[in-house]
Design a protein around this ligand. Structure first.
Ligand code: C2O
Ligand code: CU
Ligand code: CU
Length: 545
């Protein structure tokens, strides 16, 4: 048996085991999926997909380092109405674990990269220079931009001297997953200017690497950052701002003894064979939780409301976040926004399930805690170190007259799509499948084949898309935003509300969404945002016509 088949065979066995467990659980299994914490010594219960990679580095005690907040990028100039930013993808050595150095591949050598802040309707141009040793593709996740600026996996920024993939002969070492026809590649040398029109409402986006076959290890090494858009509707609301509006990029990692990132790549140079060791085909999870790049940090807050833009930037780990202790009164989290903008009205949650790439824009009221108390942000799906995320220390009273008021009952004009608006229905099945003798992560039975779109929706229409799965698959659609219509034929979760670009599809679940295609025609994609699944072919093109 080939190595690839053996690798996938192991995944199959694990999936069969889970299916068996699910069946054995009968009707109760479905409830369990939405319910309590995962179990299992590896941290891989039914709610956590992926295999735990343990650090060999000495790990710090939690809550010893302050929460860093990534700097907001300054534009280099404005050109016409457009704002121009420059950023360089480069290697840098950062102190992530106290006393150790970690080489990161970061935007401007940072991890997370700088936060870009744009204004709705004002074009932002991002010039990305790549001085790493590998190709990159920068994708603005949730952004509405033309296909040539969308950061498609085959649209590469090559470092100087790197061989041009269009000239590669035969299938070479990459043949196992990536059978990209030479004509499918687009290539820039050294740098590329991405044009983001930002013709979209205020929202919390992020940007990250999307290189064909290698997104997972390249994001793991640091190529990700936040991207916020503001508009007038949002600035008219009395939401917490400035130092009370803080992005929380949450992701797990593992570290080698010397402090370097640990990751099970088949070829750690990321220039040869893509993919991870067989054990990690389901996804790679680490034993260290980083928030804004710091392990289990602490944030000092005053006893007032804060707005947090929560992003799960993990490759495979799912979180379910709660506050411990919960507030004396009121909800733990008042959600004001989803992936793609503000909600029509706030929603209260005691727990936030966050799958990879999802965002939750929430307000937390520390006024509900006595000054001097500490509040942990806990991941109820984790065990051991991955149960803790970060801690807040309620250090002082707010300044007199300070503090944002209660979240208003009406936030934004969000029109609810109706099923009757859908002009077409399509199904996308996310499944591990046998393809040409090897099992692969597929969409509708096919491993990714760039240039062969699975759907051709019309611009300015709404379609009903059904996602089905054999496993946890956070399904993400480029360009088009959607609203969740149903889960398993029933109403969606309360945390599914609003415009989204990523939805958590749980094992054997059927999720119906209404997708609105607006913006631009051309080639875009949908894929699983478990980055190991994504690299192992769980992507598909669609073409807006
Ligand atoms: Cu955040 Cu195509 O991805
Ligand atoms: Cu995206
Ligand atoms: Cu997946």
């Amino acid at each position: 048996m080939s190595a690839a088949r053996r690798r996938v065979g192991a995944v199959r066995a694990e999936l069969d085991r889970r299916r068996f467990l699910a069946l054995a659980g009968g009707a109760g299994a479905a409830a369990a999926l939405g319910g309590t914490a995962g179990c299992g010594s590896s941290g891989a219960g039914d709610e956590v997909s992926g295999e735990l990679l343990r650090s060999t580095a000495r790990l710090p005690e939690p809550f010893q380092v302050p929460l860093p907040v990534p700097p907001v990028a300054e534009p280099v100039r404005t050109r016409g109405g457009a704002v121009v930013h420059e950023v360089e993808q480069r290697a840098a050595r950062l102190e992530i674990l106290p006393g150790l150095r970690t080489e990161v591949w970061g935007y401007d050598g940072r991890f997370p990269g700088p936060t870009f802040v744009g204004e709705s309707g004002r074009e932002l141009r991002l010039r990305v220079r790549n001085t790493l040793a590998v190709p990159t593709s920068t994708h603005l996740h949730g952004g509405v931009q033309k296909p040539e600026f969308d950061g498609h996996p085959t649209d590469l920024v090559l470092p100087s001297g790197f061989p041009d993939p269009r000239k590669r002969r035969g299938h070479g070492k990459h043949s196992e997953h990536s059978m990209v026809k030479p004509s499918e590649w687009t290539v820039s040398r050294g740098h590329k200017e991405y044009v983001y029109p930002l013709e979209q409402a205020a929202t919390t986006l992020w940007y990250h690497d999307h290189r064909m076959d290698f997104s997972a290890p390249q994001v793991w090494r640091g190529l990700a950052g936040m991207f916020l858009i503001h508009d007038d509707e949002e600035s008219g609301l009395p939401l917490p701002e400035d130092t009370r509006d803080i992005p929380l990029m949450i992701c797990d990692r593992a570290f080698e003894e010397d402090g370097s990132f640990r990751y099970p790549s088949l070829d750690p140079s990321l220039t040869g064979e893509p993919g991870v060791r067989e054990k990690y085909m389901e996804g790679v999870t680490g034993d260290v939780v980083l928030v804004n790049g710091a392990p289990w940090p602490e944030l000092e807050v005053s006893a007032e409301r804060y707005r947090f833009r929560i992003l799960n930037a993990s490759n495979a780990r799912r979180f379910r976040l709660v506050l411990d202790p919960g507030p004396r009164e009121g909800a733990a989290f008042v959600q004001v926004g989803s992936d793609s903008g503000l909600l029509a009205a706030p929603r209260s949650h005691e727990a936030l399930p966050v799958s990879p790439a999802e965002r939750f824009d929430v307000v937390v009221d520390f006024g509900a805690y006595p000054v001097g108390s500490t509040v942990r942000l806990v991941n109820t799906l984790g065990s051991g170190g991955t149960r803790d995320v970060m801690r807040f220390r309620v250090a002082r009273r707010p300044k007199r007259g300070g503090g944002a008021p209660q979240v208003p009952r009406r936030l934004a004009d969000v029109r609810k799509l109706r099923a009757a608006q859908a002009v077409a229905e399509r199904q996308f099945d996310f499944r591990l499948k046998q393809v040409d003798g090897a099992r692969m992560w597929t969409v509708n039975g096919k491993p990714y084949d760039p240039g062969s779109p699975l759907a051709s929706p019309r611009l300015d229409t709404v379609e009903r898309w059904r996602f089905t799965s054999d496993f946890h698959h956070p399904v993400h659609v480029h360009l088009a935003h959607f609203q969740v219509l149903a889960r398993g034929g029933k109403s969606p979760l309360s945390t599914d509300a609003g415009w989204k670009d990523t939805v958590d599809v749980r094992p054997y679940e059927v999720v119906d969404v209404l997708v609105r295609f607006s913006g631009y025609r051309g080639r875009y994609m949908l894929h699983c945002h478990n980055l190991e699944h994504e690299d192992m072919a769980m992507m598909a093109d669609f073409r807006v016509v």
